[in-house]
Ligand binder design. Structure first.
Ligand SMILES: NC(=O)c1ccc[n+]([C@@H]2O[C@H](COP(=O)([O-])OP(=O)(O)OC[C@H]3O[C@@H](n4cnc5c(N)ncnc54)[C@H](OP(=O)(O)O)[C@@H]3O)[C@@H](O)[C@H]2O)c1
Length: 339
């Protein structure tokens, strides 16, 4: 399995570390020997080696600041116009698209994925933009090119929510799914229940690295809304525009609201709802016997309501370099099993 890596930030490095740690087990138990044959970054250079790049040296050079620190050798190519040029010119089986998410344009990731499909390479992505915005177009193009696009890492990191809904529950009819899919807002709501006001809880989430300096995508519900679009596409094959979803974030929730819910034996959660009819993101008061009411801190969860199984709930990490690296490995193993 020859792999091209587009993006070598938190997730790209996390994936390489997971690969390094699991190399022996992948070889002995899965007969999988992945080889990184090329890497592209936005501003830190390019590398391609048909014999495979050395993972420890790759990690060391990026930690020093850019790929110019990777040792020179015969056959190593550093000269590419951009990631698309690299995807087209390097011989590989698979492209990992791990560049930053842009929910407005879904670029540059969509163009990277399209270039991979055009050159008959499979795709695994952690990037929400292309899956939320162009699912049908990309899946059709992949089908025509006889390649696959997998995207477990786009929601709940390595907690296998896409595989559960699409593969493990196949045969059940999903009536509805409800999720806590944004760790930042769940952390803020949990801390507000512990007595902090909204501003103090947000500041704490930022200090801990859960929330961005500009937290609007999280607290206004747009990150969760993009994940609703991904679920709608993955579970029901439905594609709708982001701005047509009913989205309310947590900025209007006050300490009094939290207190009032607590007194009534309930708990506020930002709930993403997905059904064949559509989806929404809204703060909701949940009774304590709801499995989602007990998902605290930055943890994520999804609860499926199906005809044969009733309610099935999955709880786990929603972010993190090794957790997301594992999601990519899980997709890699799924592709390998089909090969
Ligand atoms: N972090 C998480 O826990 C997590 C969890 C689930 C999903 N995700 C998703 O995974 C993706 C990657 O996240 P991250 O945290 O790894 O981001 P990151 O740390 O910002 O890394 C992004 C990488 O993409 C590179 N890049 C940017 N523009 C590029 C371009 N035009 N061509 C090639 N490379 C380009 C960057 O290179 P430069 O540094 O040189 O610009 C950097 O190496 C995002 O879409 C994110 O939403 C992240």
């Amino acid at each position: 399995m020859k792999i091209i890596l587009i993006g070598l930030g938190t997730v790209g490095q996390g994936f390489l570390e997971v690969l390094q740690k699991k190399a022996d087990i992948l070889k002995t138990e899965q007969n999988l020997m992945p080889q990184i044959v090329a890497v592209a970054t936005g501003s830190r250079g390019f590398l391609a080696d048909p014999d495979g790049l050395d993972i420890p040296q790759l990690l060391e050079s990026i930690k020093k600041g850019n790929l110019s620190h990777y040792p020179q050798k015969d056959g190593l190519d550093r000269n590419f116009a951009d990631a698309i040029d690299l995807i087209r010119r390097v011989d590989a089986d698979l492209v990992l698209e791990l560049t930053p998410t842009n929910l407005q344009t879904a670029e540059p990731a969509t163009s990277h994925i399209q270039a991979a499909i055009d050159s008959k390479k499979h795709v695994i992505t952690a990037n929400k933009g292309p899956i939320a915005k162009h699912y049908q177009k990309l899946m059709q193009a992949a089908k025509n090119a006889k390649v696959e696009i997998r995207f477990e890492a786009t929601v709940m990191a390595g907690t296998p929510c896409i595989a559960l809904g699409r593969e493990l529950l196949a045969g059940c009819e999903i009536k509805e799914a409800r999720g806590i899919v944004n760790g930042t807002t769940n952390y803020i709501l949990s801390q507000m229940e512990n007595g902090l006001d909204y501003a103090a809880a947000l500041k704490q989430a930022q200090d801990l690295g859960y929330a961005e300096t500009d937290p609007s995508a999280d607290v206004e519900g747009w990150d969760a809304a993009a994940k609703v679009l991904i679920f709608l596409a993955a579970f029901f094959g439905k594609e709708i525009p982001l701005d047509s979803l009913d989205v309310t974030g947590i900025t209007g929730i006050s300490a009094e609201d939290i207190h009032e819910a607590k007194t009534a034996g309930e708990r506020y959660k930002l709930i993403a709802t997905i059904s064949p009819k559509g989806g929404s993101v809204k703060p909701m008061r949940l009774p304590m016997d709801d499995p989602l009411a007990h998902v605290g801190g930055a943890t994520n969860a999804i609860s499926f309501k199906t005809d044969l199984m009733g309610e099935t709930t999955l709880i786990g990490k929603g972010a993190g370099k090794h957790e997301t690296g594992f999601a990519i490995l899980a997709d890699l193993l799924a592709l390998h099993r089909k090969a």
